[in-house]
Structure formats: structure tokens, C-alpha cells
Design a protein around this ligand. Sequence first.
Ligand code: SAM
Length: 270
Amino acid sequence: MDANPAQRSNGHTASAALAPDAQWRKLHEAATAPYRKAGAFTWHFARGKLARDPVFRGLIERGLIAPGHVRVLDIGCGQGIFSSLLSAMSELQASKQWPASWGATPAKARYTGIELMARDVERARQSVGDLPMVPTFTCADMCSAEFAPCDLVVILDVMHYVDLEAQERVLQRVHDALAAGTSEREGSTPGRLLVRVGDAAERRGYMISQWVDRTVTRIRGHRVAPTWGRPLSQWTALLERLGFSVQSLPMSQGTPFANVLLVADLKRRA
Ligand SMILES: C[S@@+](CC[C@H](N)C(=O)[O-])C[C@H]1O[C@@H](n2cnc3c(N)ncnc32)[C@H](O)[C@@H]1O
């Protein structure tokens, strides 16, 4: 029996004061505050993105980032919002303010972000480059950048920027980096890829997301280039062929998009 039922073994405190909505607001504040340093545009962009995009809170609430996912590779990281969120998550857990209904996440993640656009890398470095977790930001094309061995790869709304063959080559190298990471460490957490894509079979939502994507790309000061999509069934088949077991979760709540989060774990060797 629990000596103190309000204090769980994972260090989480079960209390009405730790209601998920209130704790999410704290995370939102803490994760976006560093962006003030880089100016109003960067700060407001981070605040809007973290508040309106369901994926970030969804990852936490669904327990998709496990304590063993320490080495994190964020491909197409933009201004590095996910690194700041990971850092805020560590602090909230360390101060025992993590809601009991959220699964534990890494106590201290080691984060690397890869981003094609120099302007975004600069915004990331200026804002969150000096966080205690010391994130690394590399300005590079995911099609040629080296992927070091890791435990978790996150690719949110990036795959459609490269053609179908390049997508497959990137995902193969992601698989290899996760396999190398898994073989280096002990424990039962399989390497995991979290990749959000648009489901091209859902025509209306897919077209709307592509239109918004082009508009945001322009606002962020970048050139708009062609994009490539696949229906969800093809994304799943591709990942399974590469050696992942795949679960798909709708991930566009509150938006008109057809976005799906694919949770792809390395298949265990028999
Ligand atoms: C829609 S944004 C998403 C940013 C971030 N993943 C997020 O969810 O906040 C897509 C990002 O992918 C980057 N990107 C596009 N093609 C890339 C490539 N070939 N290599 C690396 N990054 C790329 C873009 O510059 C952009 O910052």
C-alpha cells in the first residue's frame, strides 16, 4: 500500500492543484519565455504554435516520450520549440509538479535539432541555445546531414518538403540511427520515431494544410517550394517495410487539417 497516496513512486504528486490544464499553462509559459530574447515575432510565433498545435500537449498526455528517450533528434526543428518544451518538462518534473496522469519523461534529455533554414537556426540559438540542457542546433539538409545514434527522433510536418525517394532514404537513416542508439544502451525502451504527416487521402484537410504551410513559410521569410505527400496507408506501409511497428493517431484536433502522428517503434529482433 502507498505510504502517502498523494506521492506516487515516480515522484509525481497527485493533487487537484496539479490539474493538467494548469500545469500545461505553466509549461507553455516556461517553454516560450526564452523566445522573448529573439524579438516579438519569434516570441509570438512560439506562443501561438505551442498553444494551438495539438501535437505538443498530445505527446505528453499520451505518454509518447518515455524516460529512456534521452537522446532526442528533432529533424526540421524550426526555431527549436520542442527543445524548449523538453527543458520545461524536466524542470516541472524535478520540482514534483508533474500531473500524475502524465507519464514520466526524460529527467534530462540530450537534444539535437537539424534545420535547413539558417534564419531559424539563428532564432533557435538566440532564444534557447543557452538552456541548461544545452541543445545543439545544426544548419543542414536532412537529406545529407549525419544522424548520430539516438533514442527518439521527432519529425513534425517536414517530410513533405522532399520527394518520395528522398523521404524513404531519410526514414531509412532514421531507422539506422535509432537501431544504433538501441544497441548502445541497456533497457527495454525501443527506439522511437514520432513523425507527423498529412494524409493525402483526406483531400480537403490535406489541401488546407498545404495552403497554410505555404502561407506560414512565406511569413517566416522563406521561399515556397513544391511538396510531396502520400496517403496514410502508404506512410504506414513504408515505415513497416523499413522495420518499424506503427501506430497512427489523428493529430489535428481543433484545426481543419488532416494531420496524423505516426508512432513508429523499432521492431524487436526475434
Ligand atoms: C512546418 S515547419 C515545422 C517546424 C517544427 N518541426 C515544428 O513543428 O515546430 C517545417 C520545418 O522543416 C524545415 N525543413 C524543410 N526541409 C528541410 C530539410 N530538407 N532539411 C531540414 N529541415 C527542413 C523547414 O525549414 C521548417 O523549419
